[in-house]
Design a protein around this ligand. Structure first.
Ligand code: HEM
Length: 456
């Protein structure tokens, strides 16, 4: 196995992980098994480690101080001109918020931000409650069955994001969207790790990706088309986007509009669905935590699905969601490009080099977490949070590009998880569940669990 070598030159470069290939560096390791590769880097126990992906020099920032430097303290020096975002943009999301950069990103972010204000999030909670109640009724009919939680959670979170942000009920489209999204996620990841430049067409992978992208765009076009002429009647993100006017009183370019809606639709449900799926996996292995959540929800909500205010009081549920995202961060890595020569924790970073941050690595690092392999929600008690570096835990990123939907996602996850635990128990069916590191972190081959209704 290639070793981490410490360079002792006067430049004091960060330790270098040599990789298995002289020509491709660590590209093949990353492609073959990204989880194992990340685990190997984690074991280097360094603050910053260097490696090479073909011609790209990469610095992985492991220490929270280094992460804070890139995302927050010196964020102006790091942009998104990286392979991942460029490919995601050119193949699927265009110039939506996630893949956009520079002044155009700032303009769009300012435009969308009001849809995520405290007041709006509060208003969304009643839609989340309604969708969760419907979902519980469906589960009552499925009592005792084995269900794939990945599919179940994706359908529920898709319905919620469709109704809250775009006033559209996507209950009947969830299977189609789920398949197309899964294909796009797989194809994009394979394309990314293949090291083949974006301009080189790569059949049939590209064909499948294009088909999935077109399916998703068709759904979005339908959402926008249905709203035309009724913009004023709604108080949601779609109306904000449709009523926006620039200094020349021009509306948003239709392509930009489609990119924004598609980005929010995908980013706004898949990550939360993964967080909930992993939470149910962990809870299925820890029945005592299930009982704890169930009794907390009964006491605080008296048998009702929680609303916005109540989610704040559901401390155990909040901790379980956070501890889940520590162990299984739905967005497991963030990439940036360094614009001008910089220094991170004493190590020089050359302009144009790539910088990686990995939630999966830092969230499981023994220097920042005691017994990191254990599921222990109490790590997120107020006292323990205070004693840690803020960037030891960064499931939603940080700085100006912090996830716009962080509060939305936390509230949604707590509402859903508490309600499910209040009424059902989940039992594991597989001994081992592997991670699949695509653009998001999913359970490999889904997550079947058996649901059992509690006796009231
Ligand atoms: C558990 C759920 C979620 C997780 C773990 C998550 C994670 C993240 C992370 C790590 C980023 C930063 C990426 C970077 O800096 O390169 C991000 C950005 C973003 N997320 Fe989320 N997200 C979640 C839920 C949501 C929801 C519910 C929405 C919308 C309803 C959303 C919309 C976005 C958007 C639009 C961006 C780009 C923001 C910008 O750059 O201005 N996410 N998310």
């Amino acid at each position: 196995m290639p070793a981490v070598q410490t360079t002792h030159s006067s430049a004091q470069k960060a330790p270098f992980y040599k990789g298995s290939s002289w020509i491709l560096g660590s590209l093949l390791e990353m492609e073959k098994d990204p989880a194992a590769f990340m685990e190997r880097l984690l074991q280097s126990y360094d603050d910053v480690v260097r490696f090479r992906l073909a011609t790209e020099s990469v610095h992985l920032c492991i220490h929270p101080e280094a992460i804070s430097h890139v995302l927050h303290d010196n964020h102006m020096n790091y942009d998104k001109q990286v392979f991942d975002y460029k490919m995601m943009g050119s193949r699927l999301l265009g110039k939506g918020l996630l893949t956009n950069d520079g002044p155009s990103w700032l303009k769009q972010r300012r435009l969308s931000q009001p849809a995520f204000s405290h007041k709006r999030i509060n208003a969304y909670s009643s839609i989340m409650q309604r969708c969760t109640e419907d979902f519980l009724k469906e589960w009552q009919q499925k009592d005792g069955q084995e269900l794939d939680m990945s599919v179940e959670m994706a359908a529920l979170t898709l319905r919620i994001v469709g109704l809250t942000l775009f006033g559209k009920d996507l209950i009947h489209e969830s299977a189609e969207i789920g398949h197309a999204l899964s294909d796009a996620n797989q194809m994009l990841t394979r394309r990314l790790f293949s090291g083949i430049p974006d301009f080189v067409r790569f059949m049939p992978l590209d064909f499948k990706l294009k088909k999935a992208a077109n399916q998703l765009r068709n759904v979005v076009d339908e959402i926008i088309e249905e709203r035309k002429g009724h913009e004023e009647d709604y108080d949601d993100l779609l109306s904000i986007l449709m009523m926006a006017r620039d200094e020349n009183d021009r509306g948003m370019d239709p392509v930009q509009m489609r990119d924004e809606v598609l980005t929010l639709l995908l980013a706004g449900h898949e990550t939360t669905a993964n967080a909930l799926t992993w939470a149910l996996h962990l809870l299925s292995l820890h029945p005592e935590e299930q009982e704890h959540l169930s009794s907390e929800c009964r006491t605080v909500c008296q048998g009702q699905v929680p609303d916005f205010q109540k989610t704040k009081e559901l401390e155990a549920a909040n901790r379980v969601v956070q501890e889940t995202m520590r162990l299984y961060p739905p967005a497991w890595s963030i990439a940036r490009r360094c614009k001008k020569d910089d220094e991170i924790m004493g190590y020089p970073i050359k302009s144009n080099s790539l910088v990686f941050l990995s939630q999966l690595v830092t969230h499981r690092h023994p220097d920042f977490w005691e017994r990191p392999e254990l599921f222990r929600p109490a790590r997120f008690s107020a006292d323990e949070i205070k004693s840690r570096h803020q960037y030891a835990f960064f499931p939603f990123g940080g700085g100006p590009r912090l996830c716009i939907g962080a509060d939305f996602a936390m509230m949604e996850a707590v509402i859903i998880l508490s309600s499910l635990m209040m009424e059902f128990r989940v039992e594991p069916l597989r001994e081992k569940v592997d991670m699949e590191l695509l653009i998001t972190l999913r359970p490999k081959d889904g997550l079947p669990l058996r649901i059992q209704r509690r006796s009231v």
